[in-house]
Design a protein around this ligand. Structure first.
Ligand code: GLN
Ligand code: ZN
Length: 759
């Protein structure tokens, strides 16, 4: 067998070095030379690590200072023209302005990378977008890899995937019409590679896992025929789903190899091995690139043996997808429970698993006898471990009465009960939950975690922060207040830490977007809530003010979606377990007098399966779980939910079926496009479309806010419209937050007055 390889490696570094590096650059603490040197050092470290683990060939171009889709736009010379930058001479400062916005331009829109928790920057296509290959940055990295004696396999986002991921701007046109011009730039890019010593190029076309329109599918053959003129060997990479519907097409493409995700879609293998073209490489993605569970080495080896018998030298082995989606190195986890640790594998361990499978294939099973025994032992332990299966949790779910996910009354009845005590003005203002997480807040949390300050001191620090946040909101004259979430490191981690069945790592970070990383909890066992998680902070906040304070929880679907989930129980069941735990918290908040409760579900949309045929089943269990988490409150208790980063148009009925009294959503980045959908769908309850983009440090002008609100008023009746930013404010600084919220409240008051005088 030939190669073991990776589709991509986590670029953030073992200890998030990349994050700290770029953030220093943003704060002007280091110059561009230092930024580039730091990035180079990380790349080198990662390549040497792969080389040391016996990888035959390493991805190059999977590293990015912010986002690989933005890098692809730079490579083909098609960055959004509204910035007026020259892609061929882009400075680092300009590069980051594309990603984060500047005083004149908002940032590129950001959206989910397929069904992962990674976010990419959306290309902007115009009917007359031009392309010009700009291979220099890629060539430089190839040279770096070669200097280390690493065989470089450049990784490119495929032309069809890149086009597909972009959004059309300006007059309506079909973005596929840009393909010929885009292909010219890809040809130029590829033409530059042989002289750099490149033999294999990986071209990622993950859109093959989606339901593609016929025209897009038909474009594959001419596209790859056009690219095949180069002397390079192309490895077409698919991942995240089943592409067997296109087996005939893919086998016939003039590429030298094809990668398949056999973890997500093991069933697709037969469609490819049958009549596999003899001279072509089949890269089998057998190690899970999306999760942290240790591979069942015996099972993987067995699969690899069967494949090798069929394919011989043409078999390559790899993780299912880029390891971007897994944490870096389990070896750093010195505090993790030993049993749990023995069940896990992070990127470095997955590379090692690959190496073992290769050795097992080449030198026989005995050559990895000890490792196989250890893997089998871990697998069997996990199956029988009593911490994983709890009778009380199973029984509670089994005995749930019918209707446990339904509110007692309809929205209309509830709205009245809520209005009678809330007495909010027209266009009530609120925020999404978090306020700036200052260095002091983070320091206090970290010190408490390390045991450097005691519980009383920590509590005092957090209470001081809550008071500050309440006073500031009062001064701004916001109507429904929040406590600010100072005590929360992360909206999922905070809850997971207090729930049974969850485990936490110290360094298990994965990139979410740009320099933002998340450390997903590991759901390894049955979930239950031993005690209240948020009640005391919220009650304290409420004690400081006569305005309503909104309790703030993370919903079951989001907790599931943003965790590494056990792979021995259906996701829908894990989600129901979490829903009941959140339900316990909701009822405790209500009992404590907190009668506006927001249950954040930003991840509902991204949890959608990639193929439409799987949507209904998912939406049914996800919706049920959300409702289970809050249905049993009183009519007069107002349930909010919040969602972000997504296009909701296609799932509005399911969002309405959540039956939240109020939903706040991110809309500002896509210029309120979403509202069109909400207008035509007639969303039945209250809605707060975000009026400004919190992902950018830019302070919105009052006239912009007013424009957006007027657009919203066109489609949503004033009495059901809320005014709020489009997401939590924790990543922002106080001066910009206060300025932006002041503008938001000013505009709201003006509009309110106009509405009441014209009414
Ligand atoms: N309540 C959370 C916050 O404000 C919501 C964050 C989110 O939607 N991602 O930070
Ligand atoms: Zn949000």
């Amino acid at each position: 067998m030939s190669h073991i390889h990776l589709l991509g490696f986590p670029r953030i570094g073992a200890k998030r070095e990349l994050k700290f590096l770029v953030e220093k650059f943003w704060k002007n603490e280091i110059d561009d030379a230092a930024l580039q040197a730091g990035a180079r050092e990380l790349r080198q470290k990662h390549w040497l690590l792969q080389k040391g683990a016996g990888l035959d060939i390493s991805p190059v171009g999977d590293f990015s200072l912010y986002d690989q889709v933005l890098d692809a736009q730079v490579l083909v010379g098609a960055i959004p023209r509204r910035f007026g930058f020259d892609a061929a001479n882009l400075s680092s400062t300009q590069y980051f302005q594309l990603a984060r916005g500047n005083a004149q331009q908002h940032a590129l829109e950001m959206t989910k990378w397929f069904d992962s928790n990674y976010h990419y920057l959306v290309p902007e296509w115009h009917a007359d977008t031009t392309f010009a290959a700009n291979p220099a940055p890629l060539l430089a990295q190839i040279a770096e890899a070669r200097a280390l004696g690493v065989t470089a396999k450049p990784v490119l986002i495929g032309p069809l995937t890149l086009l597909w991921l972009g959004k059309c701007k300006g007059a309506a046109f079909d973005r596929l019409s840009l393909l010929p011009a885009l292909l010219d730039s890809y040809r130029q890019l590829l033409a530059a590679l042989p002289a750099a010593g490149v033999e294999w190029v990986q071209i990622d076309e993950p859109i093959l896992s989606l339901d593609l329109p016929a025209a897009w599918l038909q474009a594959f053959s001419p596209t790859y025929t056009a690219l095949a003129t180069s002397p390079l060997k192309l490895l077409l990479a698919t991942y995240f789903g089943d592409v067997s519907a296109h087996a005939a097409l893919l086998k016939a493409l003039p590429v030298a190899g094809l990668h398949l995700d056999l973890v997500r879609a093991p069933q697709q293998l037969a469609a490819f091995t049958q009549g596999w073209p003899q001279h072509k490489v089949l890269s089998a993605g057998l190690i899970d690139g999306r999760n942290i569970w240790r591979a069942d080495l015996d099972a993987v080896l067995q699969q690899a043996e069967t494949l090798q018998a069929q394919l011989g030298e043409q078999l390559w082995l790899a993780p299912s997808c880029s390891l971007l989606h897994t944490p870096f190195d389990l070896a750093q986890e010195i505090k993790l429970d030993v049993d749990l640790k023995s069940w896990l594998a992070f990127a470095v361990q997955k590379v090692n698993e690959l190496k073992l499978v290769k050795r097992g294939l080449q030198q026989g099973r005995d050559s990895i006898g000890n490792e196989l025994a250890a893997s089998n032992f871990a697998r069997d332990q996990r199956r029988s471990n009593p911490r994983i299966h709890r009778a009380d949790v199973a029984q509670r779910l089994a005995r749930l009465p019918a209707g446990s996910d339904q509110r007692a009354s309809s929205y209309a009845v509830r709205a009245e009960a809520q209005a009678s005590w809330l007495k909010l003005p027209l266009l009530p203002t609120t925020t999404i939950g978090s306020f700036p997480q200052t260095a002091e807040i983070r320091a206090a949390r970290a010190a408490f975690k390390r045991g450097e300050i005691d519980a009383a001191n920590y509590e005092a620090a957090m209470k001081a922060e809550i008071e500050l946040v309440i006073r500031k909101q009062e001064a701004l004259d916001i109507d429904v207040l929040v406590h600010g979430e100072a005590e929360r490191n992360d909206m999922v981690e905070y809850f997971g830490e207090q729930l049974d069945g969850f485990a936490f790592t110290e360094y298990g970070w994965v990139q979410s977007y740009g320099s933002r990383c998340v450390k997903p909890p590991i759901i390894y066992g049955d979930v239950a809530r031993p005690q209240p998680m948020t009640v005391s902070w919220t009650v304290y906040a409420q004690s400081l003010t006569s305005r309503p304070v909104k309790g703030m929880l993370t919903g079951p679907v989001t907790i599931l979606q943003w965790s590494f989930v056990r792979n021995d129980l259906a996701r829908s069941e894990v989600c129901r377990q979490i829903a009941l735990a959140i339900n316990d918290e909701v009822l405790d908040l209500e009992n404590a007098g907190i009668k506006v409760i927001q249950i954040d579900e930003p991840a509902v949309r991204e949890g959608l399966p990639l193929k439409r045929s799987d949507w209904d089943a998912y939406l049914a269990w996800a919706g049920e779980a959300f409702r289970l988490s809050c249905a049993k409150v009183d009519d007069s208790t107002q349930i909010h939910t919040h969602m972000c980063y997504s296009e909701f148009g296609d799932i509005l009925p399911a969002i309405a079926a959540l039956d939240a009294d109020v939903i706040t959503i991110e809309t500002s980045r896509s210029d309120m496009e979403l509202l069109r959908d909400f207008g035509s769908f007639h969303y039945p309850n209250e809605i707060g479309p975000g009026v400004y983009d919190i992902h950018s440090p830019r302070i919105p002008a009052e006239h912009e806010l007013e424009n957006l609100l007027r657009k919203a008023l066109d489609v949503i009746p004033a009495r059901r419209l809320w005014v709020n930013p489009d997401c939590g404010l924790k990543t922002r600084g106080w001066p910009e937050v206060e300025a932006a919220l002041r503008a938001m409240v000013n505009v709201t008051k003006r509009l309110r007055q106009q509405l009441t005088t014209t009414a």
